[in-house]
Every structure is written in structure tokens, then in C-alpha cells.
Design a protein around this ligand. Structure first.
Ligand code: ATP
Ligand code: MG
Length: 581
């Protein structure tokens, strides 16, 4: 027979104070509610409450994956280095790959993602177009030696991911699988109670040609996105937006030098000329992946985007003071005119139509107004370089974009033949011709989803779980455990609920009501049933809806039936169907 969980036996060591290392609400609350504990930087233990929630998230993921026809399996975490050499990622992946050697000095890594492993699995056994398409998925611990592990479960070095891979015969079939996955991902977010938005994504490390990320909207999110009323939404790293770039101060026919002593920053320059920063031009000096110096000119009010810059320049870095000096560049006054020999000059594509640039003069204390590309200097290449921001124009409808922050909880990619070609994974088509599989890959950050749910569902008192992923659904709170009226009633309610299939905790501790209420709000189970002496005498208890904050008096006789019905209904209902702005 089922049992309710006694709070006195529950391993959930709560904290009274906010842990100092936690900046994000989710990190702080998961620690405070006794749900996670740090073992090492970016490595966490999931305590019983977190584990219950994680298993619910996994269940939702499994149901939605299985409904698409994807098949669950489990690949090894320990992956031979040879496979990564075959794909070229042993070198390309960089220091994020956790590498180890076995006793025979053979190279292995702990899988950060499994394209190589799964392609190797199928390459000799999935042979014919008749067997396609196939989609395999797993839910597993992943390892990435992140440069900055932080925010608790958000960016760990060990984390739980659902990763899926599809093998398709042609583009139409890949598109179909990809679309089905995208739809499943939207449902998963919804069922977990996340307000999330699908956004156009950068294709990043994995490569390929088409990708969408699901962003859980949160002010504290690490990712930036821009979106439009017309439905367009993109990661700022991927957004190819249209910029409004006003011309610099007029000058008729020739560039004019203007003395600007000590005026080197965009702020100072725009104040000095009395213009908006967008009418200035910012010149960024960097060294590209091949070690060559580059000056990239971008609109003064925008930032160089790291991801776009990596696409353009490879493993680049911005020049430090010594490098600027060595290349003959003057900090604060770099510009396109009169650059030292050998420095490659490029500019953001948004500036292509602009005719009057306010730029540094490559001379300490001087700027140039009215500089004109093509006449006064030659731009070697026009590139997409800047981070999209609020007010840039939508590439679809031309209206100004809104900006928001988000947590990337999941991502779908069309990989094409990148891995199947590298690993020689082919199938025989209708005509008996060997062709590489078209592949898709589909990842969900399961542990990050847990953190994102908490990030979206909390208040000053603690977590407020959506029923679908709550560790427990109801907490019964007897105000006085020692009272021989109160405790038997509380116990009976808990037993009744448990018997009806509701997941219940009873706070059986001999604590003051205030302590119990605080812990209940901190742990945030969706419903609290409060049983007190006065109520029992009058035949009633109080039901608190944690999210709504409402309290209702309910007859003790009908509370089990009422609560089971409420919980069942809430389980079935996904929170908010579409995100609203
Ligand atoms: P990010 O840009 O945040 O580093 P990513 O794009 O590298 O993530 P993917 O390779 O797309 O991540 O992995 C699939 C999913 O795994 C991500 O959408 C995210 O939810 C999750 N994930 C990735 N890295 C981490 C991490 N360090 N900790 C927790 N979850 C992660
Ligand atoms: Mg990603």
C-alpha cells in the first residue's frame, strides 16, 4: 500500500540563508530547498526532491519522443578517441572535451554529445533505404569541461541530456523528422510548464544547415534573442537583421580631420560631435585564426558578436595593448583610412550603403568625418558581424524588433551528411547506389530544464512548481503534531490522498507552524492542506494553492476527493499554450 512521505524522514536539508555563491533564483532555491548539492565546480548531486522532478521531466520527454516513433536506447558515455579523430572533432572540439587515457594509453573521451558514437553504431548495420528513416534517442549524463560552469544546473560540467539522432534517406524525409521533433519539443516545454519560444539558431560546433533553439524566457537567461510581432524570433548570435545606421556628420566632398584629444570611446565621440552612437563607426582590431591582423568596422551602437566573428575569422582574439602597438594601431583612434600595411579591413554588412563615416584617424587624438568607402578606403569584405539588438529591423517584415533574454533548453539541428560522410556511413538507395545518410540531431537539456522551470516559477518565498513536474503534488501540514485531534486527521487525509494516487508529503515534524509554512513555500509543492485544531473542531481544513496564493476552507470530509480531482485536472493541463508577450 502506498504511503505518503513523512517530512521528518525526507532527505531535503533546507538552508535558512541564501547561499552566497548563487546568483540565479533557480540555483539559490534548488540549494535552499535541499534539492541539489555541489560536489565540484559544475558537478552536482540531485537529492530526492530534484530526482523526482527530473524523472517527471524525463517521463514527459520519453512520452513525446516515443509518440514521434523515435526509439529509446543507451549509448556508452566512454567514447574511443578514434571516432572523434575520424570526424575531425578530437581537435576541433577543444578543451571542453573531457579526455582520458586507459591503462594502455589509448585515448577516450566522456561523451559531450553522441553524433560519432551513434553514426558508428549504425554504419555497418543500417544498410538499405527500406529501413529508413530511423530515429534513436537516449537520456544520459553528458560531460563538457565548460570554461565557466555556473548557475547551478544551468551550466554544469556534468549534466543530463536527452539526445536523439535521425537517419534519413533524403531531404524531404529529414525535414519531416525535424518538423516532428520541433513540434514534440514545443509540447515538452509546454507540459513542463515552460514559457518557451522557438528561435532561429546558430549552427555552432555541430555544423549543418538548419537549426532552432527553444528558449525559456527569463530575465536571468544567458542567451539573448530578438523577436517580432510577425512571429520571427532568433538568437542574437544567429539573427541576420537589418540595422538602421544613420550617416555620420556631413562633409561635402572630402574627408576632414578633426582634433579629438583624449576622446576615444564611442560615448565620448558621440557626445563630442553631438550625435547618436549609431552614427559613429567602431573599429575593432583583432588577430584572426591564422594569426593575421584584421580591423573590422561596425556601427558604433552595436557589439561585435563572438559567434559571428568566429565564423568570419576562425579562432580569433581581440588585440591587447601590446599587439595594437606592435601592429602600429592607436587605441581609441583606429579607423579604415591609412591603416598600416598588411592589416585586412572588413566591415559589417549593415554599413555597405552608408556614405559618410565618422571614424578614427589612426592618429592619436584625431578623428575623420565624412570618410567614404570606395573613395577614401577599400573594404575588403562586408560581413555579418554584430549582435542583433532591440530596435533593429525584422528581416521578415521590417518592423523594429523586441529583445528578450532566455535559457536555451533545447535545440534541433539538420546535420545533413557531415557525420555520415566523415565516418563513411552509407545506405543503398532504390537504385542500389551507396549514399551517405542525411542526419538530424535533437538535444534537450533535461537538468537545465529543471533549473529553467524553477527560474520561471518562483517568488520571494520559494519555488512554486507546476503540477506536471513537482516533486510532490500535495503537502499536508498538521499545525500541531502532538495534538490528538489534529494528527489523526492529517494522517487520514494524507493516507486518503496517497491511496487516490496523489503524491503527498506530510510535515510530521514537531516544528512551529511558521517553520513549516516557510519550508512548504520554499519547497513549493503545488497544494498545501493545513490542518489545525480550531479547524478540526469545526470540521474544516485549509487548502492553499501555492502558485495562486489563494486559501480556501474545505470540509475535512471532502478534501481528499476534492484534492484528487484538482490534482488530476492539473496534471492533464499544460501551462499556457503559447508564450505571450
Ligand atoms: P550552450 O550554448 O548553452 O552552451 P549548447 O548549444 O552548447 O549550449 P547543445 O550542444 O545544443 O548545447 O546541447 C543540447 C542541450 O543541452 C542544450 O540545449 C542545453 O539545454 C543542454 N546543455 C548544454 N550544455 C549544458 C551545460 N553545460 N549544462 C547543462 N545543460 C547543458
Ligand atoms: Mg545548443
Amino acid at each position: 500500500m502506498e504511503k505518503y512521505q513523512r517530512m521528518s524522514r525526507l532527505y531535503a536539508p533546507t538552508l535558512k540563508e541564501d547561499p552566497s555563491e548563487a546568483e540565479l533564483a533557480s540555483h539559490r532555491l534548488l540549494l535552499r530547498a535541499g534539492m541539489i548539492r555541489k560536489c565540484a565546480s559544475g558537478v552536482y548531486s540531485y537529492l530526492p526532491l530534484a530526482w523526482r522532478s527530473l524523472r517527471k521531466i524525463e517521463r514527459i520527454v520519453r512520452e513525446e519522443m516515443d509518440a514521434t516513433g523515435a526509439q529509446e536506447m543507451l549509448l556508452p558515455i566512454l567514447t574511443p578517441g578514434e571516432l572523434w579523430h575520424e570526424s575531425g572533432r578530437w581537435d576541433a572540439y577543444g578543451p571542453e572535451l573531457m579526455r582520458i587515457k586507459d591503462r594502455h594509453e589509448r585515448e577516450f573521451c566522456l561523451g559531450p554529445t553522441h553524433e560519432e558514437t551513434v553514426t558508428d553504431l549504425v554504419r555497418n548495420e543500417l544498410r538499405s533505404y527500406k529501413q529508413l528513416p530511423v530515429t534513436l534517442y537516449q537520456i544520459q549524463t553528458k560531460f563538457r569541461d565548460e570554461m565557466r560552469p555556473r548557475f547551478g544546473l544551468m551550466r554544469g560540467r556534468e549534466f543530463i541530456m536527452k539526445d536523439g539522432y535521425s537517419f534519413n534517406a533524403d531531404q524531404a524525409s529529414l525535414q519531416e523528422t525535424y518538423d516532428a521533433m520541433k513540434a514534440a519539443y514545443a509540447r515538452i516545454c509546454e507540459r513542463c510548464g515552460l514559457k518557451a519560444l522557438p528561435v532561429v539558431a546558430d549552427v555552432g560546433q555541430i555544423g549543418g544547415d538548419s537549426s532552432v533553439e527553444f528558449m525559456a524566457l527569463a530575465d536571468a537567461g544567458e542567451a539573448g534573442l530578438v523577436w517580432c510581432d510577425c512571429g520571427f524570433a532568433a538568437d542574437v548570435e544567429a539573427a541576420r537583421v537589418t540595422l538602421r545606421v544613420p550617416e555620420g556628420p556631413e562633409d561635402d566632398s572630402s574627408p576632414k580631420r578633426v582634433a579629438t584629444p583624449n576622446i576615444g570611446t564611442i560615448e565620448d565621440v558621440s557626445a563630442f560631435f553631438g550625435i547618436d552612437p549609431s552614427a559613429t563607426r567602431k573599429a575593432m582590431a583583432l588577430v584572426d585564426g591564422d594569426g593575421r591582423p584584421v580591423v573590422a568596422v561596425i556601427p558604433g551602437d552595436h557589439d561585435l558578436n563572438e559567434v559571428k566573428a568566429e565564423h568570419a575569422f576562425g579562432a580569433y582574439h581581440l588585440m591587447g595593448d601590446d599587439e595594437l602597438l606592435a601592429y602600429g594601431l592607436v587605441k581609441g583612434f583606429i579607423g579604415p583610412i591609412g591603416l598600416p600595411d598588411g592589416v585586412r579591413l572588413v566591415a559589417d554588412v549593415s554599413l555597405e550603403a552608408s556614405q559618410s563615416w565618422l571614424v578614427g584617424a589612426n592618429d592619436d587624438g584625431w578623428h575623420v568625418v565624412g570618410a567614404k568607402p570606395g573613395r577614401d578606403f577599400e573594404i575588403g569584405e562586408w560581413l555579418d558581424l554584430v549582435t542583433a539588438r532591440e530596435g533593429d529591423l525584422c528581416p521578415v517584415c521590417g518592423k523594429p524588433l523586441h529583445a528578450a533574454r532566455g535559457i536555451e533548453v533545447s535545440q534541433v539541428f539538420q546535420l545533413g551528411t557531415k557525420y555520415s560522410e566523415a565516418l563513411g556511413a552509407t545506405f543503398a538507395d532504390e537504385n542500389g547506389v551507396e549514399r551517405p545518410f542525411l542526419m538530424g540531431c535533437y538535444g534537450i537539456g533535461v537538468s537545465r530544464t529543471l533549473a529553467a522551470v524553477v527560474e520561471q516559477h518562483n517568488d520571494e518565498h520559494g519555488i512554486s512548481w507546476p503540477v506536471s513536474v513537482a516533486p510532490y503534488e500535495v503537502e499536508v501540514i498538521p499545525l500541531d503534531v502532538g495534538d490528538d485531534l489534529v494528527w489523526p486527521v492529517a494522517k487520514k487525509i494524507a493516507e486518503g490522498l496517497a491511496q487516490a494516487g496523489v503524491e503527498v508529503v506530510v510535515d510530521d515534524r514537531k516544528e512551529r507552524p511558521g517553520v513549516k509554512f516557510n519550508d512548504a513555500d520554499l519547497m513549493g509543492f503545488p497544494y498545501q492542506v493545513v490542518v489545525g485544531k480550531r479547524g478540526v473542531k469545526g470540521g474544516v481544513c485549509e487548502v492553499k494553492d501555492r502558485a495562486a496564493g489563494t486559501r480556501t476552507e474545505v470540509p475535512i470530509d471532502s478534501v481528499v476527493e476534492g484534492m484528487s480531482a484538482t490534482v488530476s485536472a492539473a496534471r492533464a493541463e499544460a501551462v499556457d499554450e503559447t508564450p505571450s508577450f
